[in-house]
Design a protein around this ligand. Structure first.
Ligand SMILES: Cc1cc2nc3c(=O)[nH]c(=O)nc-3n(C[C@H](O)[C@H](O)[C@H](O)COP(=O)(O)O)c2cc1C
Length: 254
């Protein structure tokens, strides 16, 4: 990744009001270049993206987007295990990149685009991000975040990794449910899990798979900022930790 986006974790927030003015073509081109160079955690899953203005977005959607923005980033992926996680990772990297350019964003997980209503031949729609300029301010420091306490999200708390885990704790999630849990071990690894109920609601499950990708993006950026060259891996057999936690991925801190 060309830029260090870890400093943007503190600044990013969900904006709910946007100036209804288009973003410059240069900025859109830079966003497209940035996204095109990303490698998501599961590399064998086909994915792509589109940027659409508000009116075109409304034509594709089953429901209107929750926030009215001049532009939307749409993420699509073939339906495979971990394709939702990939889109969470890609979307959050895009959100942090846009934050670095002072562009406001808001995840739009509630948007539904049915394949029959999408552009012909498109990969299945996964999720979207609203973007544009805003008169609201970016966050200034960590005290402005509404997040669960560190100790309820992190187990086997290896103190040396605290800055990395703090970056992950600040990751956004749908409805701020914060389903992710982080477990360190003594082999320089951080395992990512998400809380999973026995009879889970499929819509919630879908959103929480996206949330796990968002958290992975924060873990990776936090690890890079701490001087590691992290690798995202999916261990086999999956490391079990506790009942009710579904294993998502491991960050190996090389
Ligand atoms: C995958 C995902 C989907 C989301 N969907 C929506 C949405 O549909 N509408 C909305 O207003 N906010 C949505 N959000 C934003 C969350 O509500 C927000 O991230 C959370 O409340 C934390 O606030 P923050 O982003 O300002 O830190 C979503 C966030 C994520 C990560």
């Amino acid at each position: 990744m060309p830029e260090d986006l870890s400093a943007q974790i503190l600044r990013r927030k969900s904006f709910r009001s946007f100036r209804q003015e288009p973003l410059s073509q240069d900025l859109m081109d830079d966003l497209i270049d940035f996204l095109s160079e990303l490698t998501p955690p599961a590399e064998d899953i086909d994915w792509n993206f589109d940027t659409l203005p508000y009116l075109d977005m409304v034509k594709l959607c089953m429901n209107e987007p929750g926030v009215k923005a001049p532009c939307y980033l749409l993420l699509r992926a073939e339906r495979k295990r971990f394709s939702l996680q990939n889109c969470g990772y890609l979307g959050e990297m895009a959100a942090l990149y846009l934050t670095s350019r002072n562009v406001a964003t808001c995840w739009q997980g509630s948007v539904i685009i049915q394949q029959g209503n999408d552009f012909p031949g498109s990969l299945p729609f996964v999720t979207a991000l609203a973007l544009g300029m805003s008169d609201e301010e970016f966050r200034k420091d960590a005290s402005e975040f509404d997040r669960k306490p560190y100790d309820s999200m992190v187990y086997n708390r290896e103190e040396a990794y605290r800055p990395i885990l703090e970056a992950a704790r600040l990751a956004p999630s749908a409805f701020n449910r914060q389903p992710c849990v982080f477990v360190t071990d003594d082999r320089k690894r951080i395992h990512l899990y998400r809380r999973q109920k026995l009879f889970a609601n499929p819509v919630k499950e879908f959103e929480q798979c996206v949330d796990s990708g968002v958290a992975l993006a924060h873990l990776e950026l936090g690890a890079r900022a701490a001087g590691f060259e992290p690798k995202l891996e999916r261990l086999r057999p999956e490391p079990r930790f506790k009942r009710g936690l579904a294993y998502q991925a491991t960050v190996v801190l090389a």
